[in-house]
Each structure stands twice: as structure tokens, then as C-alpha cells.
Design a protein around this ligand. Sequence first.
Ligand SMILES: N[C@@H]1[C@@H](O)[C@H](O)[C@@H](COP(=O)(O)O)O[C@@H]1O
Length: 303
Amino acid sequence: MRLIVRQDYDEVSSYSAYYVKERINQFEPTKERPFVLGLPTGSSPIGVYHKLVEFYAAGEVSFEHVVTFNMDEYVGLPRNHPQSYRTFMWNHLFKHVDIKLENVHILDGNAENLDEECRKFEAEIAKLGGIELFLGGIGPDGHIAFNEPGSSLTSRTRVKTLAYETIMANARFFGGDVSRVPKLALTVGVATVMDAREVVIVITGAHKSLALAKCIEEGVNHMWTVSSIQMHPKGLIVCDEDATLELHVKTVKYFKSIEHTAKRRRRLMLQSLLNNDDDDGSNGSTLSSSDETEDIVSKRKRA
Ligand SMILES: N[C@@H]1[C@@H](O)[C@H](O)[C@@H](COP(=O)(O)O)O[C@@H]1O
């Protein structure tokens, strides 16, 4: 697992959006072989979505052959309710890019048979060969999607009763009125997220610092469901300085040093590329940040 620390929400958003854009472009998706992307809602990914829209407008990425699966949806909210996750996704991302409507998958919280809806969702993911990259956020109690504390770490898409803490946290979107927040949701399971070939979690703010510490400094634990990322072969957490408040200094230094070393290696690689026009750059396959050096290497690889 890698931890990338950036100064604030904006830098976290830029880094994460750049990362997603690079992954889509490196994949070179086609109609027959689309890029399958898992997506979250909440305030954490808004900056990422806005940045992705900018990249799209600048012609740096296309969603034409991207298929998306959203993490969760409230049960019982009308589809077009301002707080439904469908409305959220439409407003923050989908209506601004070239994604095809038939490639968007959002659980239907008004389906007649909710269990069947969840089964169909999992089957659809499997049919497409699984999720390439799952982008996520977390709640202050360390939940991922709506996998509240105590959720099975092997869970799949299903109906969940929301924890009181989550209902309180989300009341801000319902005029601060706890009674207006739906009490049930459909959500992908922890295993649905962890089955993705890559998982990227965005964590910002001091109010999430305890969850981050539990997630990476303690054991895998169903009371902090995002801690399951420890078992993932390709897990990445992108956080801001505030979210590191509860981490040991040693932990933060360690992860920062890994990033610096990787950057140095990439700089050397760039130097050797620039010195050797015949080099096709095929030895540099793990580009992952908004670092300028990587940008140059990446463009060169695609040229
Ligand atoms: N189901 C969503 C989660 O997927 C999201 O990660 C969390 C955090 O939201 P925010 O980013 O607004 O803190 O909110 C809800 O509980």
C-alpha cells in the first residue's frame, strides 16, 4: 500500500484526478475493451471530478470507452432527488463529459426487489471482467461505500442499514435534519471494492485523521472497513496534511521518503530517455503523480 500526502484538498484532488486520467489513457480503452471504473460520492471526490472535467475539456482524457459503477445509493429517494447519488454523479461528472449513458451503472434504490438489484450489479461487474480502478472516499468512522463498522470484509453488494454516525454526518445534505436522511442504502461490499485491480482512496480533513491512523497503523479490522486496503496488492491512499494528524511522525516520514525515492528514480529515467532518442521508454510503466517529470515521460511514451 502507498500513502501520498499532499498539502490540502485541492492538491489531493489534482493528484488523484491526474492519476485516474493517466490510468485511463495508459489502458487505451476501446468499445470492446472498456476501462471499468468504480466511483464514489460525497464531498471528498468533488474536487477530483471537477479536475477530471477540466482534463476532458482540455482534450486530455475521454470517457467514451469508460464504464462506471457507483459505490452506493440511498434506498427510497426519488431518482431525481437533489441528494440522490444519481443526481450527484450527473451534476459533478457525467453531464460534463462524453460518457455514454448505457455505460453508467448506479444502483437503483427504488427497485422492486432490492436484493435482486444488488445481485444484478455484481453480475454486471463480473460480466465486464471486474473493475480496473475503484476510487473511494471514507466516512469519519472509516467506512468505505456504506460498509459501516462491523460489516463483513468479504461482503458483496447488498442492502445496508446506515449507522447513526453516518446518518448524522450526512444530515448536512438534508438541511441538517437527521429525520430526512434515508436509513437504508444499497452499497457495494468491501470485497467488491477490494476485488478491483487497483484501489485509490481519497482522505482529507482532521475529522478523518483517526480513521486514517486506524486504517494504516493498526490491523485489518471490520470496525474500520477501509483497513481492508492493507490486503490489497495495489492500494493507494491520497490524503492531505490534516488527515495525517493522528499518524506517527515515523509513518508519515516513511511514506514521504518512498515517494521521494520513486521521484528520484523517475527523474533519472527521464534523463536517460532524453539522452537516448532510440529508447522507447518501455521500462517506465508506473507513472502515478502530477509531477511534471512524469508528465513528460508519459507524453513521450504515448508519442
Ligand atoms: N456512502 C458515502 C461514502 O462513500 C463516502 O465516502 C462518505 C464520506 O463522505 P464525505 O466525502 O462527504 O466525507 O459519505 C457516505 O457515507
